[in-house]
Design a binder for this molecule. Structure first.
Ligand SMILES: *Cc1c(COP(=O)(O)O)cnc(C)c1O
Length: 336
């Protein structure tokens, strides 16, 4: 029996090219002081802020598959896109450095006066950084791809957040990892709550949960899209991901649960709910959330508990997707 269980580990994704960057499995920990403070459901946290690659985060799991695909295609350069404080770009810069690949990051907007947080780390990690300025970021990235090809190099493009059927494989594997941890502890989770933006994390989790027939609700807190937009984005990635896995499991937008009431003033704008959630989690559990994603997701979770939407007798796992390096770029806003 034990032997069969061991063999069942990571069977879904084992046939796909993968490079090991992450420290796995990430811990699954109780949050007793936060649980008590909120007088709410039993709260646990899945520590993907501790994936270990240059301060970690969820993109490390995705890049294990995306960079393996780049190498399989014999690329010598990776081009990808993000915001100035992109955690994805920082982890891509680290992953490419580990593989001896060149890395070009196309970041939205104008170069900030100060190199701080993730942007500082992008430079330390040796990535070439280009700002799109007033131009469309995708258009600048396409131009960079052409320039690289014209220079005789072999660039590979990784989309925003590594959110495609390659990157999503990282979260199919992550769902298997969590299912194994739950099995070991003989426990069940009623809900798994996490931040969702470019949809690859959620698509991988949804595909993995379907493949494993996991019963937990996958409750995404939308960071910067409406429910309908995010449902469509997740389905558009989960469907080809299930196909690559060779699973004939139907999937549609209705399978995707999204809470979009926490968009605040928009992407990357920290409001009072995010700030309070970050401070509360830091002061009760000694865990650092981030201003853009996990702070907003935790603010959503806290509100859903307060609203009585998530009941007191439930067990809820908050999936920490990383992002703490961005805190330093928001220092002034924590002061005032
Ligand atoms: C990218 C990111 C997310 C969102 O993941 P998606 O796959 O883009 O939906 C959540 N949290 C952090 C810290 C991130 O960097």
């Amino acid at each position: 029996m034990l032997r069969r269980d061991a063999e069942r580990r990571l069977v879904l994704t084992s046939s796909f090219p993968r490079i090991s960057f992450a420290h796995l499995p990430t811990p699954l920990e109780e949050m007793p002081r936060l649980t008590k403070t909120l007088d709410g459901p039993r709260l646990l946290i899945k520590r993907d802020d501790q994936t270990g690659l240059a301060i970690g985060g969820n993109k490390t799991r995705k890049l294990e598959f995306s960079i393996a695909e780049a190498l399989r295609r014999n690329a010598d350069t990776v081009v990808t896109v993000g915001a100035a404080q992109s955690n994805h770009c920082r982890q891509a810069a680290a992953a490419t450095a580990r593989c001896g690949l060149r890395c070009i990051l196309v970041l939205r907007g104008d170069e900030p006066a100060e190199w701080n947080g993730n942007l500082l780390l992008d430079h330390l990690l040796g990535a070439q950084v280009r700002f799109s300025g007033a131009r469309d970021r995708a258009e600048v990235a396409a131009q960079v791809m052409q320039e690289e090809q014209a220079a005789g190099r072999r660039p590979f493009f990784i989309p925003l957040g590594a959110s495609d059927e390659f990157g999503a494989m990282g979260y199919v594997a992550a769902m298997e990892e969590l299912a194994e941890q739950l099995r070991e502890r003989q426990m069940r989770a009623d809900r798994i709550v996490f931040a969702s933006s470019s949809a690859g994390t959620q698509a991988g989790l949804c595909a993995g949960a379907k493949a494993l027939s996991l019963k937990s609700q996958l409750a995404a807190i939308a960071i910067d899209s409406t429910r309908a937009e995010l449902q469509a984005d997740v389905a558009a990635i989960a469907i080809p991901t299930l196909r690559r896995l060779g699973l004939a499991i139907p999937f549609s937008a209705e399978d995707v649960s999204v809470y979009d009431g926490y968009l605040g003033a928009g992407y990357g704008i920290m409001g009072a709910p995010e700030k309070e959630a970050i401070e509360l989690t830091a002061r009760t559990e000694g865990i650092l959330l981030d201003p853009v994603y996990t702070g907003r997701a935790m603010a959503g979770l806290i509100d859903l508990i307060h609203q009585g939407e998530f009941g007191k007798h439930e067990t809820i796992i908050f999936w920490h997707t990383g992002g703490a390096p961005a805190l330093f770029a928001y220092a002034q806003q924590f002061k005032h």
